[in-house]
Every structure is written in structure tokens, then in C-alpha cells.
Write a protein that binds this ligand. Structure first.
Ligand code: I3P
Length: 459
């Protein structure tokens, strides 16, 4: 286990002072590293010439998603940072109103200005969010203060911190709550899913749900913080399925196309040849077009899942996996994520197998189109490793009597999502990581034994 992932004490830093000072010194240090990583990746991405990654998938073509051409009309409808995404300035310009969109996963992190740390659109849209409970000083301070910084959690501070990272989805959808819980921006869909999941096989694999609460005039889903029982967790978000948009989104976009400038920019950032000549000339792409492009660039179409983001215990956070597409690429990312620890992979595998069995028997799963849902992988230096099914904002009930297989190709109208197929591929991928790790260990053992034999012979 890397040294950085031990829980730090004041002795480690030679700081006998208060927790606050320790925290702030450390917070200043960590972002530089994270920022550096993000910057390097952005530069790298900019240098990569348009590649074959933009082409249609070459493997597992049976799952290739039918391409849909939507002819845009009317003006662009950018959804870059909008006025309503920002709240009143409270104490600092960093305070942000919760945006009104779908949501995602959690993880731990450290802090500075968002702009200092996250210089690309991608990072900003998936940013790293730390919520802090403030000590009640008796002043009329806000109940919570939102900062967008990167850090890792320290236990002994005077401020009680609730730290977690949002690796995917829309930033600003979470609020800190009581110890061990979080508040997630209300979504009718997701609320209904949690209610139905109460009586389903999948219950042990989804975050604890404690009902709807109102805070400052807004509604939230009160949920268990999945990171609460980990010590400096490593977190990975894998978005499941061969498709990341709902069929109804396609229909809507066809009826009323809304080309978006922000999505065009995100596309060009990854692949300047991604947009068609028409899209280049209007500097905008529609959302389904963007989502489909994302799916073919990443492993969504070819493997039925993709890596969205990783936060390591040392505070570094990566969301630059848009071109991580081949099984080999994914294996590499998993190896880095667990730092070669095969027993962590095996724990993940056994949990994934349990999830797979539960999914196959789940009534809820049969009756829902599961889109945009992720598996959240969490492990720490103690060897503890868990996987959770998260994000039901776009999980939609089928009409009464209709059921999905989740492992047959999608064709518009059948609502299949390829979730089980993706899970099968994910399990095979992790098995490859495990086998590789095991054979490397065996190889090293053999080498050692051989060298000992040679020494013996020499003696
Ligand atoms: C975003 C990602 C989100 C999607 C979001 C996309 O792209 O696909 O899942 O939100 O749409 O911009 P990326 O991962 O490249 O940043 P939904 O799942 O809620 O549709 P949005 O920009 O309309 O929020």
C-alpha cells in the first residue's frame, strides 16, 4: 500500500498545531498534484491526433448501436454554465447552487478553487466536490458551505468534514448530511426506484435510502454515504450498459433537435475530427449525437460498460477515460487502480458475481430500462473492497407486463440496455487482471526459486 494512503497524523507532517492548520496546509499541497495530473492529461489529449477511436467499434459488433441522424434546426442551445446553475454568492464566489440535473457517485477528495484545479470542460462538468459541515459558531453562517477543491479526508480537524468526490454526472447535486449519510438532489425517477428496491433482491447492493428530506426549500433523497466505512478510499465509477440515453430522449431530439455548443466543445476537445462538417459549421451537436459519439469512443458499445472516473486515496482524481475503449486499456486502468493488488480484484470479482446473480433474479431489474446507472468500486488499504449499484436517475419502468433481457442487442423500440452483457464483460475483464497478477506473482516466485537453485549449485 503506498505510503500516501496511510491515514496521516500530525507527526507525519511535523505539525503539532491545530487540526485546522494542518488541514489547510495539506489542502494547499494536494491540489497542485491533482491539477498537474489534470493539466498533463489535457495536454496529452490535445496532442493525440484523431484516431480510429472515432470509427465504429470493431469488436462485439452485434452490440453496435444503430446510429441515429438528427437534423438540427433553429439556433444553438448551449448548456454551458447557466445563470440558474449558480446561486447567490455566500462568503465566496465558490458557493454554488445545486444544479437541477441528474446525479452521480461519490468519493473522497481535497480542495482549492475549481478553476485552479480543473482547467478543462470535462473536469469542470464532473468536478470534485467537497462539502463541509461548519462548526456552529453561533453566527448566522450557512448550514453548509460548498467548495470545489481536491483533498483527502483528515479525521482530527476542528471542522467536521464530510468529504466525497463526484466522479461522474452533474456537479452540485449533493449536500452533506448527518454522519454517514448524504443528500442527493431529488429525482422523481430515482425516488421511485429506491422505493421499489426496498422489497427487491438488489437491496443489499444499492445505497441505503432513508426517504425524502427538505432543506432550504429544496427536496433531497437522504442516502447512506458509501464511503463512510472506508479509510482513505480509492473509488472508481463504471457506467453500465451499451447505451447511455433513454429512447425517449432520442424521440424528443428528433422532434425538437437542440444543437448544443457545450457538447460540441467537449467533443472537439477529445477529437477535433469528431464533428461532421455541418456540426463544425454550426459549432454545435445534439445530445443524442454526443452521447452516441461518447459510446463509440469509449468501451460502452464494445464492452457494455465504461470507466467514468477514478479517485485515488492520495487525492488524485482522473476523469479522462473518454478514449479508454479496448479490453486491454480497461485492464490497464484496473491494474493501476488496485496497484497490482490481486486480492482486491478477487474481492471485487466475488461481489460482482453476487450482483450478477441478484440481477438475474431481481423483479425490479426485469421491469426497468437501466440507463446511466454505475457500479461504484471502493477499496482501501485495509483490503476492504465493495461494489455498489448507484444512480437511478434515468432508470425507467417498462409498461406493465413488459420485461427486458438486458443481454440482447438494442434496437430502437426494444428498450434493451445491455446491462447484463456489460457486467459479464466486466467480470471477464477483472478475471484477466486477476490471472495476469497471479501469473506475474508465480513468475516472480519461479525466478526466485531458480536463482536459489543456482546459488546452491555454485556453493
Ligand atoms: C455527459 C454525460 C452525462 C450526461 C450529460 C453529458 O457527458 O454523458 O451522463 O448527463 O448530459 O454531457 P460527459 O460524460 O462527456 O461529460 P445525463 O446522463 O443526465 O443525460 P448533459 O450535458 O445534458 O447534462
Amino acid at each position: 500500500m503506498p505510503k500516501e494512503c496511510r491515514r496521516k497524523t500530525s507527526k507525519d507532517f511535523g505539525l503539532p498545531g491545530t487540526g485546522i492548520n494542518e488541514g489547510s496546509r495539506l489542502e494547499r499541497r494536494a491540489p497542485a498534484k491533482s491539477s498537474q495530473i489534470c493539466d498533463e492529461l489535457i495536454q496529452k489529449a490535445a496532442q493525440i491526433s484523431p484516431s480510429s477511436a472515432t470509427r465504429a467499434p470493431t469488436v462485439m459488433d452485434t452490440r453496435r448501436v444503430p446510429q441515429v441522424t438528427i437534423t438540427p434546426e433553429g439556433g444553438g442551445s448551449s448548456r454551458e454554465m447557466q445563470q440558474e446553475d449558480w446561486g447567490d454568492t455566500v462568503e465566496s464566489t465558490l458557493r454554488r447552487k445545486l444544479s437541477n440535473s441528474s446525479i452521480s457517485s461519490t468519493g473522497s477528495s481535497v480542495v482549492e478553487s475549481e478553476d485552479d484545479l480543473l482547467s478543462d470542460n470535462e473536469s469542470k462538468s464532473k468536478g470534485i466536490v467537497t462539502l463541509e459541515h461548519l462548526v456552529d459558531s453561533g453566527e448566522s453562517k450557512p448550514w453548509w458551505k460548498l467548495k470545489t477543491i481536491v483533498h483527502w479526508p483528515f479525521s482530527a480537524t476542528q471542522r467536521r468534514k464530510l468529504n466525497w468526490v463526484q466522479l461522474a454526472g452533474h456537479k452540485g447535486n449533493f449536500k452533506a448530511a448527518d454522519e454517514g449519510t448524504i443528500l442527493k438532489k431529488f429525482s422523481e425517477n430515482e425516488m421511485q426506484c429506491f422505493e421499489k428496491l426496498k422489497g427487491d433482491m438488489l437491496l443489499p447492493f444499492v445505497p441505503g435510502y432513508h426517504g425524502v428530506v427538505e432543506k432550504e426549500g429544496e427536496s433531497f433523497l437522504h442516502m447512506t454515504d458509501l464511503l463512510a466505512n472506508f479509510d482513505l478510499p480509492n473509488v472508481m465509477d463504471c457506467k453500465m450498459g451499451v447505451r447511455t440515453y433513454l429512447e425517449e430522449e432520442l424521440v424528443r431530439a428528433r422532434e425538437r433537435p437542440k444543437p448544443r455548443e457545450d457538447l460540441y466543445k467537449k467533443m472537439v476537445e477529445v477529437d477535433s475530427e469528431g464533428p461532421t462538417p455541418q456540426e463544425h459549421s454550426q459549432q454545435a451537436v445534439t445530445k443524442p449525437r454526443y452521447m452516441q459519439w461518447r459510446e463509440t469512443m469509449s468501451s460502452t458499445n464494445t464492452l457494455g460498460f465504461r470507466i467514468e472516473g477514478i479517485k485515488k486515496c492520495d487525492g488524485t482524481c482522473r476523469t479522462d477515460f473518454k478514449k479508454t475503449r479496448s479490453k486491454q486499456d480497461v485492464i490497464q486502468v484496473f491494474e493501476d487502480f488496485v496497484e497490482g493488488n490481486v486480492s482486491i480484484i478477487e474481492s471485487y470479482l466475488s461481489r460482482l458475481t453476487e450482483i450478477q446473480q441478484a440481477l438475474k433474479r431481481s423483479e425490479f431489474f426485469k421491469q426497468h430500462e437501466v440507463i446511466g446507472s454505475s457500479l461504484l468500486f471502493i477499496h482501501d488499504h485495509t483490503g476492504k473492497a465493495q461494489v455498489w449499484i448507484i444512480d437511478f436517475g434515468k432508470t425507467t419502468a417498462l409498461p406493465e407486463g413488459q420485461m427486458l433481457n438486458h443481454d440482447i442487442p438494442w434496437q430502437e423500440g426494444n428498450r434493451e440496455d445491455g446491462y447484463l452483457w456489460g457486467l459479464e464483460n466486466l467480470i471477464h475483464t477483472l478475471e484477466s487482471v486477476s490471472n495476469k497478477g497471479t501469473s506475474e506473482q508465480t513468475c516472480c516466485t519461479d525466478t526466485k526459486e531458480i536463482s536459489q537453485t543456482i546459488e546452491t549449485d555454485v556453493q
